[in-house]
Design a protein. Structure first.
Lengths: 296, 296, 296, 296
């Protein structure tokens, strides 16, 4: 990731440098940056984003349609050919769209065609806010919309993409409210202490129950992980399994267990619906029982 | 399953018919039946079993060794060739040994060879008490035993096999204490009622996390299943996942859920250590929390 | 409790003996029994009750009003003077109305007066279905009713009283559906077993948080009590505390505890709203955690 | 509370002023302060405490015995006559020893006499670390000690008292590790959110189950209390009940409840064993279930 530009710098540079810097916030559409250059200085990142969004909203249906049309297909020909913008490449990779199986490719191909045919624009979704499975769900659902609804929906997604790009590109005193958080905490209710040293893995559950490791870590002395499982970014909407190796933990503590232990690896399966939400998913566990809940 | 013989009949028939009926209780070893024919009548199935076991124990090391040697390999050549006894065929199928992958076949082949070479007899285990994964675990562990321990262990397994065969073959007022039980119960702690109509599936977890459906059912008005998940037989030692479709249940009750719901399909993973034990694995669930424990 | 009469006997005896036997089912109102004597034989207790209730409903407002007026005050002068019917005496004692404090007497006196003055009849409630605190709550609430509503409500209570009196008096193949049940179950989720030998006490919580012991017992080998905490009768509507001595249990099992133990006596406080409902209130407990829920 | 002296000031003042300031850290025993005056400057409060404790340990049995003897009886004549030191007065009040019932007075009187007679010194305990009930328990238990053990135990309590006095009196960059913490957190697992606005009361449970309000508060938007229930001081060893008004909360949220609600006020009863420990006692609650555990 390149060093972010500072908001102060952006407020001070030549108009052309400003547009050069922010021209990619909206895909292939530097005119959105041009439209706000005279409104400088911006007091915050949020003010800058709001101005660019207002400019796009004010630009009228034709320019908006051109903006939508300038987006690449998801997992489409441009992606295969490597001709995406750098931003799009990174975004599509975040949801694993660069590592599709042949079946998944076929599904995306079919959906892209159906969508193009129905609405005349490519399907646009802010992929950093979704898992692969959730993108496919969105795709199917949105194909039921009428054209006006879908135009508005696509534009909202473009604004979400713009916000995330801006937040990554520019250093400012404020951050855009784009980050969710997923955390856990293991309490050993057999011993009455936080459970230290429990290995755990977070899996993202894909189409057909395929699973992909998001993070592997271990609980610290307070039964938590040193860093959130997901933090500082949207928590992709979708289904997850958090798997805890509790059998080894109790064995190490000298607790007598059945053979095999009643509980060895404990999976907790749950779904994220708000990418910007805070999800705390704790585990209360003994060798013979466990519970979980959405905490805070 | 053929109609069971009654104990009364067995007490009354000719010696030769008695031996013909019970000659297969011990694999290819009708002498165990012959040894007890004069001790008739037997007052209970347990008394008959005890007598046959005592006869085998009294028979001395050489005959015992011949008895052990008369057993087929697990998933071995005889099984592939279809030349097993009917009892052995059904037993091996119960643990899925008739449906092994090539990798699993190779594993069994390697272990059978190592075992034969070390102890000079085939590996014997009462497969109705184990899952495929547990059989492989037993195999590995028992290869560490010395010969005397392993001879005794194999004989104990032969007695377990005999008991299960006898219990299936003979109708008597008493049943041998061979049956475990696995049951569940779903409580909706959001609504304060038993959860009726929850579809659930019990999977057996095999080597490499492969899963096999054991039973699919649905909860009744009391949140239980009409029949135990496993009952009237040993609960095979091994690891299971019990998966409940709770999202559909709460949706049907009109409870507002996140999209996707925080909890949709809830898996509970646990292991059985005592094939004759009673395992109750309930689920207490709201749209935002769940817990389980080994109940009674 | 006198030996119940059988329904067969009641169907066969003289009309006068029938009325003598059932004349007290409705307080001081043998006419309800007289009205159904010709409808004999009754095939079930429910049919007999239904006939008597129908007779009272058909009797018209004036006779109904006389029936209501024939009831004694709750904890009133007649009770103090010992001139209640035997049935009323036992009923009022069931809710502890024979053991009121002076403050409680004053409260009942005040409410009786207010009720008499407003409706011209005594306050009638089926006391076997209520705790003392719940009776006071009913009293206060019903004073807000209009006369017609209150006449109907009082009549419904008279029918409930009649049903309970009939069910106690007459032995028949059927029982009236008047009994609720309160039960418990203690699971030791530290050891993974039912908790055997836990002393427990059920308290009824009265006005001003006064507590009265309903039952003291101990859990059996299955973690349950040999008999329901309340069974075979309505569970009086009101608030309860169920207190479990878990500290002594874990000490006896050799589990190391803090001094004093984090959990020693565990109270579960809950309320009963349906006197004929089935309430199962289990305790899942370790030395460091516990949970409860309305089970089934 | 008077403004604390700073450690810097104490390091700088005349010897006589130093002794005047710290002469009361050990009851009526300024010699402990005199003994360390030449060792100034002290780099931390802990260093100052350690020096004074070392001086007392080095002073020999006779002076130590005089120090012990200089302490007042708990709830004794001096307390009744109002002739305690200010420090002792505040300490005894902290555990409610200034508000004893006549029965409790009699109990303390009896124990004081028995203790004086057995050991020749008054019973000393750091009362800020105990509830009234726990002080009585300590009293009974320590009467079983032999003299040497009890002399050592009393001295340890004197050091605990000294540490708390010093920590209150002197401002320094470091604080002595004397503070425990008791906190709670309410999660609404019916709605999947922190439970905001739940009124709660912490009671200390005294002898004979008498209860004294420690704090009344209400949960904030995160389901926690704005301040710890007990913090910045030792958590007195003893038994507590934390009572949550959950019925009103669910009613306010529009959740349909039974009448009366199954759960209305939920008490959690637990005991504190480590006055300097961190105790987190959360409540997970629906209208039909709740659970708690020692968290972190």
């Amino acid at each position: 990731m390149p060093t972010p530009l500072s908001l102060d710098t952006l407020n001070a540079v030549d108009a052309k440098d400003f547009v050069a810097a922010l021209g990619g916030i909206f895909e292939h559409s530097p005119w959105a940056a041009e439209a706000v250059v005279e409104a400088r200085p911006f007091g915050s990142l949020q003010a800058l984003l709001d101005a660019m969004v207002a400019a796009v909203r004010a630009a009228g249906p034709e320019r908006q349609r051109a903006l939508l049309a300038a987006h690449p297909d998801l997992a489409g020909k441009a992606a295969r050919a490597g001709t995406l913008t750098a931003a799009s490449t990174a975004e599509q990779a975040s949801a694993g769209l660069d590592r599709l199986s042949e079946d998944e490719h076929a599904a995306f191909h079919r959906l892209n065609d159906a969508y193009q045919q129905k609405y005349g624009i490519p399907f646009i979704v802010c992929v950093r806010r979704h898992t692969k499975a959730s993108i496919l769900t969105q795709f199917e659902r949105r194909l039921a919309n009428d054209s006006a609804t879908e135009h508005a929906t696509a534009l909202d997604e473009v604004f979400r993409i713009a916000a995330l790009r801006l937040d990554q590109l520019v250093a400012a005193p404020d951050r855009l409210p784009l980050a969710g958080r997923l955390s856990t905490h293991v309490l050993d209710t057999h011993g009455g202490t936080p459970a230290k040293g429990i290995p755990l893995t977070l899996f993202e559950i894909g189409p057909g129950d395929a699973r992909r490791v998001v993070v592997e870590t271990v609980t610290n002395h307070d039964g938590r992980t040193d860093a959130p499982l997901i933090g500082g970014r949207p928590v992709p909407i979708g289904t997850y399994e958090l798997v805890f190796a509790v059998g080894a933990y109790f064995t190490a503590r000298g607790v007598p267990l059945a053979d095999p232990p009643f509980l060895d690896t404990v999976p907790l399966r749950f779904s994220i619906a708000e990418a910007e939400g805070h999800y705390h998913v704790p585990l209360l566990v003994t060798p013979w029982s466990f519970s979980t809940y959405r905490g805070s």
